[in-house]
Design a protein around this ligand. Structure first.
Ligand code: PPE
Length: 316
């Protein structure tokens, strides 16, 4: 991975190589952590973080769902992040806040193990490749079902839960596909290993609902709004697996991936990225990069002092 100079760790800005934890950190053993994936984009008005507050509110909610008390407020983490981006001299980057139970007590009810919080930022290009964003990717329905509400909390973005995504992603990558699509425990379409999913059926846009164990994606929410503003009908409803093979268009949305068309599922062709996908992708890219006036409120500007206005590293 690409590195930056500094990482914010429990209130301090520390050199990248010195941001360390004890091997008996609780989160390492039990997955007791919650995190976010956020992006900062270079815009005409300077670097800006996309839906910063929404992501941090979800972090706070994920923590609360797992009884982890965040020692910093959303506003404190937001300010630390803006400062971290400035100090690292970055104009576009991926942002990874993580809160986890640290070192101090083992066992499952380790109330006295402190909660540590870090924010790391680094340049990270297209998650599923630039070519994938242009031409679409090949996906495979996973043999692993998405975690269900009977055992975990699909709405939380929690570290331990990602073993499920990793199983699915590994299976699909080993089989030569670029992404996995997981079904929920009932057998309906849920989402990608790290993205929400949308289909076009009879000109209507369809996406699985909250009860299908999805992560309530912020890109998903943004794309639903953009699509409706453009005049498309968006329906949140259960989607049968076979609809993946009959869809006119399919695309995935996520912070790391952004909007990525799917051109093939389980070796059934979906085809080249279709018109609806293209139109929404273009508008979404405009929103991310501050080129869409109507969505400027989604961007949290990182004010960079004029003399420090020299990008040392820039990613798209
Ligand atoms: N579902 C899952 C399981 C998921 O991990 C993500 C984000 C989404 C949906 C889309 O959510 P949103 O980013 O709010 O639109 N996945 C993050 C982690 C990727 C990683 O490999 O790490 C991300 O995109 O940052």
């Amino acid at each position: 991975m690409e590195q930056a100079e500094l990482i914010w760790h429990n209130g301090s800005f520390v050199p990248w190589d010195e941001a360390k934890v004890h091997v008996l950190s609780h989160g390492l053993h039990y997955g007791t952590g919650v995190f976010e994936g956020i992006r900062c984009y270079e815009t005409e008005r300077g670097p800006a973080v996309f839906r910063h507050k929404d992501h941090l509110n979800r972090l706070e909610k994920s923590a609360e769902l797992y009884y982890l008390e965040l020692p910093y407020s959303v506003e404190e983490i937001a300010e630390a992040t803006r400062e971290l981006i400035r100090r690292n001299g970055l104009h576009a980057c991926y942002i990874r806040p993580l809160a986890f139970r640290g070192y101090g007590e083992m066992g499952l009810y380790a109330k006295s193990a402190p909660i540590e919080v870090i924010v790391a930022v680094w340049p990270w290009g297209s998650y599923l490749g630039d070519e994938g964003k242009q031409k679409g990717i090949r996906a495979k329905v996973s043999s692993w079902r998405r975690i269900g509400p009977g055992g975990l909390i699909p709405h939380a973005k929690a570290s331990g839960q990602y073993l499920n995504s990793i199983l699915a992603k590994t299976e699909s990558a080993n089989a030569g596909y670029e992404e996995a699509i997981l079904l929920d425990e009932r057998g309906f379409v849920c989402e990608g290993s790290g993205e929400n999913i949308f289909l076009v059926r009879d000109g209507e846009i369809v996406t699985p609902p909250h009860v299908a164990s999805i992560l309530d994606g912020i890109s998903r929410k943004s794309v639903i709004q953009i699509a409706r503003d453009l005049g498309y009908t968006v329906v949140e409803r259960d989607v049968a697996r076979s609809e993946l093979y009959m869809a006119e268009e399919i695309f995935l949305t996520g912070t790391a991936a952004e909007l990525v068309p799917v051109r093939e599922v389980d070796d059934h062709p979906v085809g080249e990225p279709g018109e609806i996908t293209r139109v929404i992708q273009a508008k979404f890219e405009d929103a991310l990069h501050g080129r869409a006036e109507e969505y400027l409120e989604w961007l949290d500007p990182v004010e960079v002092p004029a003399e420090a206005d020299q990008p040392s590293k820039v990613s798209s």
